[in-house]
Structures are given as structure tokens and as C-alpha cells.
Design a protein around this ligand. Structure first.
Ligand code: HEM
Length: 350
């Protein structure tokens, strides 16, 4: 190949690497469009508003989708350069745009930063990433860690504590699914569950396990993103990155913002941004994807983990089917939960 063709290929490669950061940069605009279109529907412009709502929702979802696609493409290379590994990690960060934008919003609110400074900080972060990708050397060889570099005990402990955490998470998600019937049903179920997870012994253990999951997850993610990966491997790491940012954001919102600062009951009203709701408030609208994809990612992460364990005993087809079934159940649960949180309920109005 001539030098000119190689140069051309390199510059095209940079466009692909930059696309997750560019998509993330535009994420707040897609959210603003979602809010405006929901407002239009609320003001009875159902036709135009409904169409605009679907388009803006697709644009919001396109941000993590583009980032997962690029992370997947970059995971193919057997001998990735340092630039490719960095771009792959940044693509993982872009997948986590919804909880990262929420975390930044909550943190700046807690710090009494001026209104809309979250938009400014967001733009600065992703413009910085774009500049770093544009200026970075693409072809520096990387020292690829071997399988042994990922400490097996850490993988095992991460898996075991994740199983323990599911004892809280599955009822927690079921609680949000129950909200589709009515807000009162959600609160009723939550009060029953709180007797267990708000127990003075259980709650500190739960929080410690979550913090361990975040810490160990980030270490594993860092190492895994330096190794080649297939589709399920990428889905697993992308979901892991999302959950690490989501849990950091979620615990800050529940424990610091809700309980310590606002001193409110962190119940259905708190989660659903009452009284304005999730869709008709320009700040709360960010919680739509934040929550929806969190539940999806939980099931994607568990489904791909279960598949990896099954591969040593069952045919690939069976393992894949199981993983897709778990992911399908998660997507359904996420959709039902978010519809309820957005204020649409099945119970007849009282
Ligand atoms: C529909 C999505 C979700 C919503 C609306 C939501 C909302 C909430 C709310 C309101 C609380 C406070 C509960 C209370 O005061 O009793 C809470 C706690 C918590 N959530 Fe979520 N959550 C969601 C999904 C998730 C997911 C996917 C995870 C983990 C991957 C998670 C992890 C936690 C943890 C660890 C706590 C702390 C429990 C405690 O109070 O000790 N949540 N969530």
C-alpha cells in the first residue's frame, strides 16, 4: 500500500474512533429534543409531537448504540495499538453517557454550581476527548496483558458478590416494574422490601458490596478492554462501564441528594421526579435513559456472565439462547418500569 493510502486509512480510522465522543457531545441536545417533543404531545400536538418524540428518543438511544458499535469494532483487533485501546475505553465511557450526565448534574447541583453548568462541563469533557483523539498517536504498539494479568480471584469474588447483590437487585427492579400498576402499588412493595434492605445490619453490607462491585468492576473493565473481545464480551464490558457510572450516580442521588441534603423520602415520587415528572421537566428528562438503560445493562451484564459460565458445559447455541433470553426479559422489565415512572399506569384512576 502506498503512504497516501495508509494516511487516508488512518484519517478515516480517526473518524470512527471519534464518533462515540461526538455522539456523547450531542447527547444533551437529543435530550432537549425529547423534552420539547414530550411537551408538544402534552400540549395536544399529538401527531407532530409524537413523531418528534420517537425521533428524539431514537437519537438519545443512538448515542450508546454508536459507542457500543465502535467498542465492538475496536475489540476485534488481535494486536491493538495503544491508540485503539484508548479509543475503545473512551467508547465505553460514551456508552455510559446517560448516567454520567446525571452524575454531573447531581454533583454540580450539590456544589451549588450555576444553572446549566452541567451542559458546559459536558461540552468541555467531550471536546477535550475529541481533541485528545485527534492529536494522539494512532500506531503506538501496546503491551497487551495476558489472561493471567486478570487476577482470577478478583473475577471470582466479583461474580460471587454480584450473585449476592442480585438478592437485592431483582426485587428492586421488580418493585419498579410493579409501578406500572400504580404509584401506590410501587410504594406498597417498596415498604415491604425496605424492612429487609433498610435493616441497620443489611444496608451497610449492601452499600459495601455495591462499592466493591464498582471498584472491582472498573479494574476488570480496564484490563478486559485491552484484550480482544467478541460481541458478548463487548456487551458485557459496555454494560459494566454503564453500571459502574450508574451506581456511583444512583447512590449519590439516593444517599446524598435525597436523604442527606433534601431530606425527603426516596420513594416513587423522588425517583419519578414528581410533581413535574420525567418527561415534562428539562432536568428530569435525563433520567429516562439513565434508568431504562440501567435495567437493560443489569440484565445484559448478567446474561453475558451466565453465557460465559455456561460455555464450559453447554453448546454455544444453548449458551447464546440463554443470554438473549435474559437480555430480552431485562429489556421488557426496563420498558415497563420506565413507562410507570413516566407516569403512565394501568390501574383505573380513582
Ligand atoms: C428503574 C430503575 C431504577 C429506579 C427508578 C431506582 C430507584 C431507586 C430508589 C428510589 C432508591 C431508594 C430506595 C429507598 O429509599 O428505599 C434506590 C435505591 C437503590 N438502588 Fe435503585 N433504582 C433503579 C434501578 C437500579 C439498578 C439497575 C440498580 C443496580 C444496578 C440499583 C441499585 C440501587 C441500590 C444499591 C440502592 C440502595 C438501596 C438502599 O436504600 O440501601 N437501582 N433506587
Amino acid at each position: 500500500m502506498t503512504t497516501a493510502v495508509l494516511e487516508k486509512a488512518r484519517s478515516l480510522q480517526r473518524y470512527v474512533w471519534s464518533s462515540p465522543a461526538l455522539a456523547a457531545l450531542l447527547y444533551p441536545l437529543a435530550l432537549a429534543a425529547l423534552f420539547r417533543s414530550a411537551t408538544l404531545v402534552h400540549e395536544r400536538a399529538v401527531g407532530a409531537g409524537g413523531l418528534a418524540f420517537l425521533v428524539s428518543l431514537s437519537l438519545c438511544l443512538a448515542v450508546p448504540a454508536v459507542a457500543v458499535r465502535v467498542a465492538y469494532l475496536l475489540g476485534h483487533a488481535e494486536a491493538a495499538s495503544a491508540g485503539e485501546i484508548r479509543a475503545r475505553r473512551l467508547a465505553h465511557l460514551a456508552v455510559a453517557s446517560p448516567p454520567l450526565f446525571t452524575l454531573i448534574g447531581v454533583a454540580l447541583y450539590l456544589l451549588h454550581a450555576p444553572a446549566n453548568s452541567d451542559y458546559l462541563l459536558w461540552a468541555l469533557i467531550w471536546l477535550g476527548v475529541l481533541v485528545a483523539i485527534a492529536l494522539g498517536r494512532a500506531d503506538v504498539p501496546a503491551a497487551r496483558p495476558t489472561r493471567a494479568a486478570i487476577a482470577p480471584w478478583l473475577v471470582e469474588l466479583h461474580g460471587l458478590t454480584a450473585l449476592a447483590l442480585l438478592l437485592f437487585l431483582l426485587p428492586h427492579v421488580a418493585n419498579h416494574v410493579a409501578g406500572i400498576w400504580s404509584a401506590a402499588t410501587h410504594v406498597h412493595v417498596m415498604k415491604a422490601l425496605r424492612r429487609i434492605y433498610r435493616n441497620p445490619v443489611v444496608e451497610p453490607v449492601l452499600v459495601a458490596v455495591v462499592l466493591f462491585q464498582i471498584g472491582s468492576g472498573v479494574v476488570l473493565l480496564w484490563r478486559r478492554t485491552a484484550r480482544p473481545s467478541d460481541l458478548f464480551g463487548t456487551l458485557q464490558t459496555a454494560a459494566a462501564g454503564y453500571l459502574a457510572v450508574f451506581l456511583s450516580s444512583h447512590l449519590t442521588a439516593v444517599f446524598v441528594l435525597g436523604r442527606a441534603v433534601m431530606k425527603v423520602d426516596t420513594d416513587f415520587s423522588f425517583a419519578s421526579g414528581a410533581p413535574a415528572g420525567l418527561l415534562l421537566d428539562s432536568w428530569n428528562v435525563r433520567l429516562v435513559l439513565h434508568y431504562f438503560l440501567a435495567v437493560c445493562c443489569l440484565f445484559v451484564h448478567v446474561g453475558s456472565g451466565v453465557r460465559a459460565v455456561m460455555l464450559s458445559r453447554y453448546p454455544v447455541r444453548t449458551a447464546n439462547r440463554t443470554a438473549w433470553s435474559v437480555i430480552g426479559v431485562g429489556a421488557l422489565a426496563a420498558a415497563v418500569a420506565i413507562v410507570g415512572l413516566a407516569g403512565f399506569h394501568l390501574a383505573p384512576a380513582a
